[in-house]
Design a protein around this ligand. Sequence first.
Ligand SMILES: [Zn+2]
Length: 155
Amino acid sequence: MTSESLTFIADAMLGKLARWLRILGYDVVYEPFISDDDLIARAIQESRIILTMDRKLTERKSAKNSLLIRSPYYREQLKQVIASYHVDYQSGIFTRCLLCNTLLDRIDKEQVKDKVPPYVYSTHDAFDICPQCNRLYWSGTHRAKMLETLEEILK
Ligand SMILES: [Zn+2]
């Protein structure tokens, strides 16, 4: 899967973009309170592409592997990232925790019985869990809405 070889670190301004890349399955570090120096150091250490709206940061020699995000709007931002790299927006979609960036595991339906609303339990068969923060995921209306938004973005 392409998304395993392409990893990112996003600056504090790009929370929504980071979330959207995680929706697509990409590994994106997003720590809003990280300093520029720490952000660059982590990018180098973990071979991550820096996504930033700070031109000065991208001009630093140590931040060579970076993309200067031009638009303040997340839809345009996502378009720019997709156009700039070989972003695969299909094979990894909905495989990563949006909160903590961890890959999800499939969990047996019986195990989530007391943890999701009864309506959700009775209308869905496939559930995923984040092994890090225990958040549960399923293909509900929120995912359908995300797919709609994604289609609009990619048009
Ligand atoms: Zn998580």
